[in-house]
Design a protein around this ligand. Structure first.
Ligand code: DGJ
Length: 738
């Protein structure tokens, strides 16, 4: 049983395979957090909470002369503003009388088998693997507001998915000024660090690791998308934590819009972390009998460092977030024409690329930006989702047929959320653009944003996209979003509800995705936002893979992909081999290095195959075969970051290991050539120490224990950016040559 209730002690204990999370109804009905950490059975851990008089931290009236109970210092499950907890709150309610306060006390609980579904929002799916959900209802002492906290326990993944639902049972509307999803209070003093993943367009998910100080450390997005700039995912850890050692916790937001993730060290060294929809620009009117559902946060912990933590999240996303059957189905190997042609293509050019692709074993041609309206550059036509017959005679239906005849599939690029001023759609519906009345528009990449909160906008997009999908054999859509929101205002909401537009935008995107996937259940959507600008567990619920970055340079991609892997599995990372010199960095790297890096993801090509040398074409053929062989190990096995580029060694290395530990792939890339260089060596991970392995390429044999403890020496690599890849296979003792 994942959830254990002690009714007498009012103690709630949630167990996963390796972790325990516990809460207790404290004095006066305040729901206290007692523990989250490595698994502990059969113990009331409220013994870890110490109450004492703490000066300026006030006490509830019911406490009489007792000054030791204060919500300002005690660990809370869901903090509120206005009643004496001066740390970061999860909930700020403007009550019907104008007061801003909520004092939540325990009311009831219930347990359900399976996972919680959240209206209109992505959330972990039930998979019949022992999932249970605990709902705890808290009631405000002075208003008809209740909060239902949901804790979905995923025992096998070591994950607890938290969310909150705020309900107005009163007769008058109230306003939510902030409704975060999750608060994690750690009451035991200690030193903490926070890992987060910052970036920019074409430079996503750089790793930041900082010491937390007294005060608040926050990452966030107020851009309308989860953003390239900060990913909605953090790790909190002890300063000694490494890939293989130390205590660490993660919080991953299942949401694709504005967010905050914040860690605060308070007056007595306790840490409070919160995650949720960013309160800036947010306000939500809650009418009588309405509720507000917050998005989910995936909380995980590992007592053995980041490697295990990441693999917990990989398993969770593959098992409970990604739509079936995509988690376990190899996506088609594709060639995308963007870097091959940009806007300058016609049907013949595309068919030539497709023919060459077919010869090399590639399975799909993705027609990227520029096939619609009169779009020959990025200044027009977004919204006009009608094919440009000058470029594609016979339209997409004809192209789809011709591709099918040659044994190739068709994929199509859309950017549904956007509108160009030079478009028929804008001429017909200028009011569909998100735009503050009377202000000049803010342009970004010459384009503007549609009000996705409007049903008529979504109906139009559904109809356009769906018609194209029905008229072709297309089973793959690349869903792009190439700018962030500004001048946020909606023509369909009254002045006092404009604070809802940001969140309604995200709900609208989810709604459209859901409608399309219901109508086209086999459709594989690859998410994209100028590369990896909306790489979050929310989008992954609808789009099993996301284009990792517009930077396709294999060497830059090593850190982008390995850092992405802290929170997201290999299966989700769109990654392609592109041409050299690379279009973004000008760097040249060998084709096998480009292949090895791209194989750590959903594989494809982003170049004009017709222009490749015969030698490179042969390399592509081999890569295609190799990717098919590697898919199950890379995408269903475990991933181990052996040496990150940020460690500033002269190489980087990673490995993937099959679930049964009988096969592994080890990849090492030389980042810096060195004359008379030092030996390249690293320890392996994820293998079975009791097994014996042979290196397929050399026939050398090693014990699993030796590879784990002593490591492996790489052959001498001289070529800058050269790579070496080994396959390990477990062998029976008789075949073991040592
Ligand atoms: C940004 C994407 O990330 C690129 O791959 C490409 O699709 C362009 N948009 C097209 O405009």
């Amino acid at each position: 049983m994942a959830i254990i209730i002690d009714n007498e002690k009012q103690l709630f204990t949630l167990h996963t395979k390796n972790s325990t999370y516990q809460m207790k109804v404290g004095l006066y009905g305040v729901l206290l957090h007692t523990y989250y950490g490595a698994r502990v059975d059969g113990q009331d851990l409220s013994c870890l909470i110490q109450q004492q008089d703490r000066g300026f931290s006030g006490n509830p009236d019911e406490a009489g002369s007792d000054r030791t109970f204060s919500v300002d210092t005690l660990p809370q499950e869901y903090s509120t503003y206005g009643v004496g907890d001066y740390r970061e709150s999860c909930l700020d309610v403007v009550q019907a009388d104008g007061s801003i306060a909520a004092d939540l006390r325990y009311s009831s609980y219930r347990i359900e088998k399976g996972t919680a579904s959240l209206a209109g929002l992505p959330a972990v799916r039930s998979e019949d693997r022992g999932e249970e959900t605990l709902y705890i209802t808290l009631k405000d002492t002075a208003s008809p507001i209740t909060v239902e906290l949901a804790y979905v326990v995923l025992p096998e993944c070591d994950v607890i998915a938290r969310s909150a639902r705020i309900i107005n049972h009163g007769a008058a509307p109230v306003k939510l000024k902030r409704a975060l999803s999750c608060c994690l209070d750690f009451n035991l003093p200690g030193s903490w660090q926070m890992l987060s993943f910052y970036g920019r367009h074409a430079g996503e998910r750089n790793l930041s690791r900082i010491n937390l100080y007294h005060g608040k450390s926050r990452i966030d997005s107020v851009r309308g998308g989860s953003s390239h700039h900060q990913n909605p995912f953090i790790i909190l850890c002890s300063p000694d934590a490494t890939e293989t050692n130390g205590l660490c916790y993660s919080m991953s937001f299942v949401y694709s819009g504005n967010f905050i993730a914040q860690a605060e060290i308070d007056q007595i060294g306790q840490m409070r972390t919160v995650m949720g929809i960013h309160p800036q620009g947010f306000e939500w009117q809650l009418n009588p009998d309405e509720d507000f559902q917050t998005p989910q946060v995936l909380c995980s912990m590992s007592a053995d460092g980041f490697d295990r933590l990441s693999n917990n999240l990989h398993k969770t996303i593959l098992t409970h977030i990604i739509r079936k059957p995509f988690a376990n189905t190899r996506p088609p190997i594709l060639v995308n024409n963007w870097e091959a042609t940009y806007f300058d293509f016609d049907k013949e050019k595309l068919l030539n690329i497709a023919r060459e692709a077919k010869n090399l074993g590639i399975e799909m041609l993705v027609v990227d930006d520029g096939w619609f309206g009169h779009r020959n550059n990025d200044e027009s036509s977004l919204g006009d989702w009608y094919v440009n017959e000058k470029k594609l005679q016979g339209g997409l239906t004809e192209l789809s047929k011709e591709l099918q005849d040659m044994g190739m599939q068709l994929g199509i690029w859309f950017e549904p959320e956007m509108i160009s001023h030079d478009s028929d759609l804008y001429r017909l519906h200028p009011e569909w653009q998100i735009q503050c009345p009377g202000r000049k528009s803010v342009k970004s990449r010459c384009q503007y944003v549609l009000d996705m909160g409007r049903e008529d906008v979504r109906d139009y997009l559904f109809e356009r996209i769906s018609e194209i999908l029905h008229a072709t054999s297309c089973k793959y859509v690349k869903w792009d979003m190439n700018r962030h929101l500004a001048n946020v205002w909606s023509a369909v909401l009254p002045a006092d509800r404009q604070g809802e537009v940001w969140h309604r935008y995200v709900l609208g995107v989810y709604d459209l995705l859901e409608r399309l996937l219901t109508e086209h259940p086999d459709l594989l959507i690859e998410g994209c936002s100028g590369g990896g600008g909306r790489y979050d567990a929310g989008m992954l619920y609808y789009t099993p893979q996301i284009w990792c970055s517009d930077n396709t340079d294999a060497i830059d991609r090593i850190s982008i992909q390995l850092n992405t892997s802290f929170g997201y599995p290999v299966r989700t990372m769109g990654s392609h081999v592109s041409v050299c010199p690379n279009h973004q960095t000008g760097r040249t790297s060998p084709i096998n290095t480009r292949g090895n890096v791209a194989m750590l993801g959903t594989f494809g090509y982003e170049l004009d195959l017709c222009k490749l040398s015969d030698e490179d074409k042969e390399a592509v053929k081999q890569q295609v075969l190799e990717y098919k062989r590697q898919f199950v190990i890379n995408c269903e096995g475990s991933l181990h970051r052996l040496v990150l580029p940020s460690e500033r060694k002269r190489f980087s290395a990673w490995m993937t290991v099959s679930e049964d530990k009988t096969q592994a792939i080890v990849t090492c890339v030389l980042l810096k050539a060195q004359a008379n260089g030092d030996q390249i060596w690293f320890r392996l991970r994820g293998l079975d120490p009791a097994a014996n392995y042979t290196v397929v390429e050399t026939g050398e044999c090693y014990t699993g224990q030796a590879l784990i403890q002593c490591g492996m020496v790489m052959p001498v690599l001289r070529e800058e950016y050269g790579a070496v890849q080994f396959h390990l296979r477990a062998v029976a003792p008789d075949d073991f040559g040592v």
